[in-house]
Structure formats: C-alpha cells, structure tokens
Design a protein around this ligand. Sequence first.
Ligand SMILES: C[S@@+](CC[C@H](N)C(=O)[O-])C[C@H]1O[C@@H](n2cnc3c(N)ncnc32)[C@H](O)[C@@H]1O
Length: 280
Amino acid sequence: MLNCSVLTMDQKMKAHTLQYDPIVEELVNLSNEVVDEKLKKRVEGIIDLRYQRDVYGTEFNTPASPALQEILHSTLTENWDSLLQNHELTNRCSPHMVSGLWAGQILKILVSMQSARRVLEIGMFTGYGALSMAEALPQDGELVTCDMQPYLEKMARKHFDKSPHGKKITIKIAPALETMAELAKEGKQFDLVFVDADKAGYIGYFKFILDNNLLAPRGTIAFDNVYWSGNPYIVEPGKYEVMREFNNCIKNDPRVYQVLLPVRDGIALVRRKEDVEYNN
Ligand SMILES: C[S@@+](CC[C@H](N)C(=O)[O-])C[C@H]1O[C@@H](n2cnc3c(N)ncnc32)[C@H](O)[C@@H]1O
C-alpha cells in the first residue's frame, strides 16, 4: 500500500480508494524513482491530495445504511483466495469488484430520480449495488439481480435478510443472458438496468436490453467500469479492445443518448434518444 502521510488506512477504506487509478499508479512510480527527499515528499503530497478528495466527498455523502456497511466490511475482509481454493467459488473474486459507497449512492439516487419500481442488475457479487438500489424502491418495488456463482447468492442473501429492503430482491444464478432471456419471455420491463458483469459481455447485454424491450419506456441503463482502469484510452488500439469497443458501440448506436460519468472507474448512463431530446 502507499506510504501516504496524511490519511489513515481506515480513512482510505472509507473512501474505498482501493480502485485502481492509472494517475495514482504513475505518481507512485514517480515517487519510487525520485531520490531527492523534498521532491519525493511533494509527489507523495499529490497522491494524498487525490485521497483527500475522496475522503472529503465521502464525508459529505449521506452515510450508507448499517446493512450496506456490513456488506462492504465483509467483502473487504473475506478470504477470497481460500474460497476459490476450497472450490466454493468457481471463478476468482476480489474485494475491488464491489461497487461501494460512491457507485452505490449514485445508483440509489438514480432509482429515486427515475421513480423506478422495477430494477435489473447484471452482476451481483456480494450485493452492495443491489441493496443500495433496493433501499430506494417503494415497498412493492422489485429488483432482480443475477450472478453465476451460487456461493455469492448465499452470502448476499444473508445480508439482504437483515435489511427490511431485502425482500424486494430476487436473485437468479445463471449466465446473465439466460436470465435476461427468461425475463424478456415473461414480458418483464425495467425502469433502471445496472450492468456490472463480465466486460466482454457488455455489447451483448446492451443490444439484448434494447432489442428485447427489457428497458421500460423512459428507462435508464447504467454501465459500470466504462473507463476500465484507463484501458480504453491508455492501451494502444488493437490491444485489449473490450471496453473501447463497448464505448464505441453506444456512441455509434443512433437509438441512444449517453454520458460517461468520471466517478470511480467510470459509469455510463444511457437512455433512448427520444427520452432525452424532444423533437418539438
Ligand atoms: C464487478 S462484480 C459486480 C459488483 C456488484 N454489482 C456490486 O454492486 O458490488 C461482477 C460480478 O459479475 C458476475 N458475472 C460475471 N460474468 C457473469 C455472467 N456472464 N453472468 C452473470 N454474472 C456474471 C461475477 O461473478 C461477479 O460477481
């Protein structure tokens, strides 16, 4: 971890700055190379500034509910490697996969702004995003979330059951496209869809949602990780194209209007064009 003088580890955890940031990475490299002590301190000071911004923002966001704080804590302290070794997990998981406070608050406020009654999440992990959104749904609201790993269902359900909002959440364990096909067959539509699963699947999820009317009229789709640790703009074209291709796909689709929010690892908000730009 970084040798930052100003902030304690507890503050950093609160700000959930474990998310990889290519600018911080470059600064850390620079501080390791610099021999001049005065200059080194200044570079470390810049890294601290970056953390301080997050800590400041966190302090002024409405705090997460106790149930959400418990999910975050258990996600950050779980022994993910041993779960994989003991075959409880079929794929490697790590704490940085959790959406956490910032994304969770944005999702929650989106549900409220959208007056959403039905929400779909693609990629649940430990349930932080799901419960954040469920907390803003009305009593008869419904959130369907999905993942591939049965162990995660057990873990998330345990947390959901401790919250009065957990009963709004249905978990489906299957590849996302199968769950989406099942929901489309049932004629389900969602006011908000949060896509946060395998990045290689994003284009398929985007097209499926629009082509099969999973998005309710005037609905919104939110895609997480659209900056994917800087990949779409740092890595040279031709290599590791997944997120660049996805961003190009939404940019070039005439049906939608989108904005890329530079929050954490980037969140794209996408709506049908006619719901944003009125032709009157
Ligand atoms: C970044 S995590 C999701 C984080 C979660 N949305 C949150 O708010 O904390 C991605 C999750 O997607 C799941 N996943 C990956 N590929 C999937 C697929 N094809 N179908 C369903 N879930 C998938 C992974 O098992 C993982 O738990």
